[in-house]
Design a protein around this ligand. Structure first.
Ligand code: ZN
Length: 240
């Protein structure tokens, strides 16, 4: 039996799946992979590295440059969910999938209909005033010239986890609970090299760990099934 057929059988017989996703699931939607060779981090922005620009200290020191980069490289407002996002949203509707834990900030799982989504790195769709805490939507950010500011005069910050910042402990705890208590963990589109998010899958103690990624990952040897292929191709075969 090939891996696709094995995975198909696991999904058919499972009612306790958790999906863990990284940038790879959104690449077919036109959002570049942060860390792949052709991804965001190989593009230069003057002499400053993207890691430096998307950091907590840089945000407060140079909000103008931060937002110039952020608006052009991290926001993909017209991106639509793809077949993979819809496929997993459907599994949740069928009562097979408990939760989605994602490293992505693009909101595409929710746009596809997923309800129980834990965004480890936040979302570009939420933004808040650093002074009074008032929330602002994505349009407000896009329509602002240079640095978006609140009515109170405070600078508005995206609800996205920047470099030097810790993950939200409440979201982390809930994501961990889901991973630790599911029977099948499907990991899609992540090289599993980003900590602490990648360390989460170590909490999995269920029956089937499935890794679907274009390249090999450091966790391949722990997995029951490894599929190194495009996620869209995989989903098309699963739907057959
Ligand atoms: Zn304010």
């Amino acid at each position: 039996m090939d891996n696709i057929q094995k995975l198909k059988d696991i999904i058919t017989n499972s009612d306790s799946i958790v999906l863990f996703t990284g940038a790879g699931i959104s690449v077919p939607s036109g959002i570049p992979d942060f860390r792949s060779a052709s991804g965001l981090y190989s593009q230069s922005f003057g002499n400053i590295s993207p890691e430096e620009i998307i950091s907590h200290s840089f945000f407060y020191q140079n909000p103008k440059i931060f937002y110039k980069y952020y608006k052009t490289h991290l926001i993909y407002k017209d991106a639509k969910p793809n077949k993979a996002h819809f496929y997993f949203a459907e599994l949740e509707k069928q009562g097979k999938l408990n939760a989605v834990v994602t490293q992505n900030i693009d909101n595409l799982h929710q746009l596809a209909g997923s309800k129980n989504v834990y965004e480890l790195h936040g979302s570009v769709y939420r933004n808040y005033c650093t002074k009074c805490g008032k929330f602002y939507d994505l349009n407000y950010i896009l329509e602002s010239i240079e640095v978006p500011t609140c009515q109170c005069g405070g600078i508005i910050k995206p609800d996205v986890v920047l470099y030097e910042e810790a993950l939200d402990s409440d979201i982390l705890e809930k994501a961990l609970f889901e991973i630790a208590n599911c029977k099948c963990l499907i990991v899609v589109g992540t090289s599993l090299t980003v900590y602490p998010a990648a360390g989460l899958i170590r909490y999995f103690k269920g029956d089937n760990l499935i890794l679907i990624n274009k390249q090999a990952t450091p966790y391949d040897s722990y997995a029951n099934i490894v599929i190194n292929d495009d996620i869209i191709k995989v989903v098309e075969q699963l739907e057959n």
